[in-house]
Write a protein that binds this ligand. Structure first.
Ligand code: 9D3
Length: 255
């Protein structure tokens, strides 16, 4: 799949595309990311990409014309009319379900806004999906675009250990239980802390049951909405329900 990124800050992308487990997906071209520096599509001596909003108000607005020239260049290069996804605080919240849907597609154009936003006429004419990362204020769409690319890249075949994303929180629909590694007994100044013995028992059935219970417990305490959704979707067994019914009333959330 291919993503063409329209951005005023192409230099923000390189380090993220060249490291971590997702590097494989980017370097192999499984997720082919091409950067289109918007300044290159501006005209005049000043290479303007933004201007003041008509009607007044704070901040600046990204101009439609440089964006149109950049999109024309992408289309000429791709030889098709791709989906155009923009990132904005008012967009649809990014979820694992949306990531999975986009990971199954052929990619598209990622438009990274800056300033107060993008001329609405360009959005109305071309943008097919607006995505938000959540209810907090960022300074532009570049980090959101990188978040989306990271989430898509790790779903590509061969990027993660076999089937490890089939167990992901949010695709399974519950939070995961805790993880432990060496040493079996961690000696601290406050005492020695063991790993839960069941994990060292070698009983795979018991380990799976214990993990399921920790996932249910943690989800019930921290994200009761996930339990409700799993129940509604028929993803809780009779044994899960018995375990949940026997849980004590939620202690306060910590940490
Ligand atoms: C003055 C009103 N602001 C809206 C909350 C204006 C404004 C703030 C921040 C307009 C654009 C931005 C830049 N943010 C993004 O481009 C952005 C974003 C975000 O700020 N939060 C969560 N997700 C996203 S996706 C793109």
């Amino acid at each position: 799949m291919r993503f063409d990124v329209l951005t005023l800050f192409p230099e923000l992308f390189a380090p993220h595309l060249a490291s971590g487990v997702t590097r494989r997906a980017f370097e192999s071209g499984q997720v082919d990311v091409r950067l289109w520096p918007l300044r290159d599509f501006a005209d005049g001596n000043y290479r303007r990409v933004d201007d003041r909003p008509f009607g007044g108000g704070p901040g600046m607005v990204m101009l439609a014309e440089p964006l149109q020239r950049a999109l024309d260049a992408v289309r000429a290069d791709r030889g098709a009319a791709p989906a155009v996804i923009s990132f904005s605080p008012g967009g649809r919240a990014l979820t694992q379900a949306l990531v999975q849907q986009l990971a199954a597609g052929e990619g598209g154009v990622l438009l990274c806004g800056r300033y107060e936003g993008i001329d609405q006429r360009f959005i109305d004419r071309h943008v097919t999906l607006e995505i938000s990362l959540g209810d907090y204020v960022l300074s532009g769409g570049e980090l959101p675009a990188l978040v989306l690319l990271d989430a898509i890249a790790r779903l590509q075949p061969g990027v993660l250990q076999a089937a490890s994303h089939e167990q992901d929180s949010f695709s399974d629909g519950l939070l995961e239980g805790p993880a432990y590694s060496r040493p079996e007994l961690w000696c601290t100044p406050d005492g020695a802390i063991p790993v839960p013995p069941v994990l060292l028992s070698g009983h795979h059935g018991e380990i799976a049951r214990w993990r399921r219970q920790r996932a249910l417990e943690r989800s019930a305490r921290l994200r009761p909405d996930l339990i409700a959704a799993a129940r509604l979707a028929g993803r809780l067994s009779a044994e899960d329900e018995r375990f949940l019914a026997a849980l004590p009333q939620a202690p306060p959330r910590s940490p």
